[in-house]
Design a protein around this ligand. Structure first.
Ligand SMILES: Cc1cc2nc3c(=O)[nH]c(=O)nc-3n(C[C@H](O)[C@H](O)[C@H](O)COP(=O)(O)O)c2cc1C
Length: 224
């Protein structure tokens, strides 16, 4: 009986150890394999995650993300339009304010010595410092609407500092302006050139005091 037991014990040890020994490399391989499988599955997961993540499904970057309305307004007309645009689009508002605000004397384009007239004649004077150019949580906005008055046929230059300070990569940018009589002209294209990034859509010119209905119908047509 003892003999049978010791033979059984030996066989168990031999096969058991062989099994253990045999497990070592296969385990390494298995480790490698399972690691590779894990790596593969992580890679596959990572690659397919954007399609599968609920947040991606709920907030696709197809225009239904957060919207920001940025504007500069020297005498209140563009501000009034920007507020309607923001309300209609469910957007946040960000006002651009020059460190040195333009007084009504500054804005007198009929006076060739006024601030705007001097800035108009000398482009090097158009670099207007703003109180703030960086928007909190900028990366969360998919769409940025930029409003400004027309000055001598182009966008009032206080917006330039904001445009050049920000990266519009991945964002849809829609310019709009107010003017007494001039059209939209090249104002949007010039800003797009300054920005160098972003997908810029066709802009919209409003009269100095457009009806709320006109502004809302433009925003509705954008299907933001
Ligand atoms: C310095 C200056 C230049 C302007 N140049 C033009 C122009 O070239 N064409 C035009 O139609 N209106 C021009 N305007 C009128 C403004 O574009 C218009 O009144 C605008 O609605 C003002 O917007 P805001 O009140 O938001 O500043 C000019 C106004 C100023 C102060």
């Amino acid at each position: 009986m003892k003999k049978i037991l010791s033979i059984a014990l030996c066989m168990f040890m031999v096969f058991g150890l062989a099994g253990c020994g045999g497990d070592k490399h296969p385990n390494d391989e298995a480790d490698t394999t399972s690691k590779t499988e894990t790596e593969n599955s992580v890679t596959e997961q990572e690659m397919s995650a954007p399609k599968e993540m609920p947040s991606e499904t709920e907030h696709p970057t197809d225009g239904s993300g957060k919207i920001l309305v940025v504007y500069y307004s020297a005498s209140g007309n563009t501000k009034a339009v920007a507020e309607i645009v923001a309300e209609a689009a469910g957007a946040d508002l960000f006002e651009l304010t020059p460190t040195e605000i333009y007084t009504s004397e500054d804005l007198d384009w009929t006076d060739e010595d006024s601030r705007v007239s001097r800035e108009h004649s000398d482009e090097s004077l158009r670099d207007i410092p703003l109180t703030e150019t960086m928007v909190a949580n900028w990366e969360e906005y998919d769409t940025v609407l930029i409003g400004y008055p027309i000055w001598w046929g182009i966008a009032a230059w206080p917006v330039d500092g904001f445009i050049s300070a920000n990266d519009f990569t991945g964002k849809t940018v829609i310019p709009f302006c107010t003017s007494a009589s001039s059209g939209f002209g090249e104002s949007g294209e010039l800003l797009e050139e300054t920005a160098g990034t972003g997908t810029w859509l066709e802009g919209k010119r409003f009269s100095s005091r457009p009806s709320e209905e006109d502004v809302r119908s433009w925003v509705d047509g954008l299907a933001l």
